[in-house]
Write a protein that binds this ligand. Sequence first.
Ligand code: PA5
Length: 346
Amino acid sequence: MISGVHAKGVKQMLEYIHGLPDQLEYCLQQEYRITIAGGISNVVVAGMGGSAIGGDVLRCCLSTRKSVPVLVSRDYRLPGFVGRDSLVLAVSYSGNTEETISAFEDARAKGARIIAVTTGGHLGSLAEKAGIPLITIPAGLPPRAALGYLFTPLALMAEMAGLADGIRDEIRETAAVLKEIREELCADDPDGSNSAFELALELKDCIPVIWAAGSDLEVAAMRWKGQINENAKAPAYYNCFPELNHNEFTGLEGPEMLTKRIAVIILRGGNEHPRIGRRMDITREILNDRITKFLTVKARGRSRMAQLFSLIYTGDFVSTYLAAIYGVDPVPVNLIEALKKRLQDG
Ligand code: PA5
């Protein structure tokens, strides 16, 4: 049984996480009354943190199709190529994130077609006032626990724009895969049969370094890192093959007093390039006497979307159990809030 002063927060986060597949299904049932004219040359998702990551999932899902480029912009200004042929999806769970509001205004100045996705806040008011299509999603969650609400409308907008044929089937498959995973991993009293809890125990007192088996899976590694940071309040880092073999890998030759704390978690998909498989084997052989913990998590499902979400979902549970093991409350993100408050004050 998870106990201690922060048990309530852990239980709360597990409840939030439990809802992810239902969020996907909820969005599928919505009727978004938005028209998107053709002629879109690029899609830009503007957002930060928990609100931006759905854009990366979209980018990866569309990259297997003959679609247009998707870029996730995490900044105040949008790139110079954004113009009338761009579809800008401005995403902020709270609606009050200053970078996203600024990017939204930049998109307006550049004449882009815009859709805002938010629970309300300032972004919601600005969109309403300017007559810009607005998708209002359910409020009351930490943004990182609302990934289904933040991602699915983007996928459905891409479908509406003719850029994502068949994406509804992928969303359905993803929800089904996630339901299977939650049956296995969601528990108030996890034990040795719960692989996410076991993995969290392995990560205790280590610095997790998450490596994705290819850039297609990078977003899953990024999410694991972010969830360990925000839920377990612990440092974590990520990278992906093959790029890490050209830099990060050499850092592991470093002082043993540093490297002995590292636990590498490799996230594997179902469709890796064969040379990536070979690279991973050789990398492990070379690092074997330096890195003592190599852990592997395998994706489930057929589609790219299901595979990404299956990895992401497993990481959501691992990071929450790690919070329980460290005795911290996974829900509040006090440092983020304190920084935002100070920025608001001037
Ligand atoms: O997880 C978090 O709370 C953050 O990463 C937020 O998502 C980020 O600060 C942006 O806020 P919002 O999602 O409200 O735009």
